[in-house]
Design a binder for this molecule. Structure first.
Ligand code: WQD
Length: 330
């Protein structure tokens, strides 16, 4: 079996490639705009901008010459704030990129796809504090989240039109690294931002401590990138199995079912790094929901997947992957 991974040289993609290469042939496609060939040593990277008008033809050729059986499509722009500033570009990149992947798959007769979606499809879902389920309403509040929801619709339509077999994995808050080289220090999420602050001797910021949550700070469902990578293997097995039928679920939350507060994450980082700098509570960040926690019941039942790593391992591995992290521990 041969699996083509778009965005394979990125943070999540390189973890997926690591899991896949133990089992199958892998073809890595990436535009290297934020990914790096160093993350996937031993693999030739097919450098290709998926949103370019030449992409369907070039991808189709790669699929045919390499004998591709299935695609894991992760290549996308993923910064929520940037998507608010540049919505049309996000649609062009994320929706246009997936459209070109689907065109190439149809022409090359590749019928199995795992699509990288996001908890951002839910928006500020009012569940009254309970974990969010796949059949809760999807009302994305950012153009980024919209492009992921439209992506799911495109997959569904292709399933109906030409029998695409697909699943969409809705990632919650991804963190950690399998090995130091595979970390994501440039990310603009909570854990890298707090690590950056403590390394610089600055106070990390907590965006609001007056939420209706146990300690007043926001709750999120942090999932280890290695666990997430394994979810792609389970999803690929599912789309390729006889058990995949018209009544099968297509969308799956990928989270632990456990919410961690911003304060708990900051405490865990202080413990892991030995830096005792106090955090500073600043005003809320606009658009942040109080609580976003996955109900992982469906993926456990249908794909037999559950998370194995906890927040402590995510923080410890992100710290090990921090550039020269250990050398700087005082
Ligand atoms: C986590 C919590 C912040 C930085 C986003 C996307 C989501 C997904 C993951 C891609 C929030 C708080 C943060 C800081 C803080 N992306 N925070 N101080 O917003 O939950 O999710 O990234 O699919 O779609 O929306 O992640 O890491 O930015 O924030 O207090 O310096 O940490 O307010 O409560 P978020 P995040």
């Amino acid at each position: 079996m041969t699996v083509l991974v778009t965005g394979g040289a990125g943070y999540i993609g390189s973890h997926v490639v690591r899991e896949l290469e133990q089992r199958t042939e892998v073809v890595v496609v990436d535009d290297l705009s934020s990914g790096s060939a160093d993350r996937v040593r031993g693999h030739e990277v097919v450098v290709l901008d998926l949103a370019d008008q030449s992409a369907p033809g070039r991808l189709q050729e790669v699929m045919s010459t390499r004998g591709v059986d299935a695609v894991v499509h992760l290549a996308a722009r993923k910064q929520v704030g940037e998507s608010v500033q540049r919505p049309a570009w996000y649609y062009q990149q994320n929706v246009g990129g997936l459209a070109n992947v689907l065109l190439a798959m149809e022409r090359a007769e590749v019928r199995e796809l795992v699509f990288s979606s996001s908890a951002a499809v839910y928006g500020d879902v009012a569940t009254g504090g309970r974990p969010v389920r796949e059949d809760d309403p999807c009302q994305p509040v950012s153009p980024y989240g919209q492009t992921k929801l439209v992506g799911e619709w495109m997959c569904r339509a292709a399933g109906e039109a030409w029998d695409l077999r697909w699943t969409a994995l809705r990632y919650f808050n991804v963190a950690g690294a399998a090995t130091p080289e595979l970390g994501d220090p440039a990310a603009t999420n909570l854990i890298p931002l707090v690590l950056r602050a403590v390394v610089a001797g600055q106070r990390p910021q907590i965006f609001g401590a007056d939420y209706d949550t146990p300690d007043g700070t926001c709750l999120r469902d942090y999932v280890h990138v290695q666990d997430l990578a394994r979810a792609h293997i389970a999803a690929l097995e599912h789309v390729g199995s006889a058990g995949y039928g018209t009544t099968s679920h297509r969308e799956f939350n990928v989270g632990t079912g456990h919410g961690s507060s911003v304060s708990e994450v900051v405490s865990e980082i202080r413990r892991a790094t030995g830096r005792t700098t106090d955090a500073e509570v600043v005003s809320r960040r606009p658009g942040d929901p109080a609580s976003v926690v996955a109900d992982p019941g469906r993926i456990r039942a249908d794909l037999d997947w559950s998370a194995e790593h906890g927040l402590d391992e995510m923080v410890a591995s992100a710290w090990r992957a921090w550039p020269h992290g250990h050398a700087r521990v005082s």
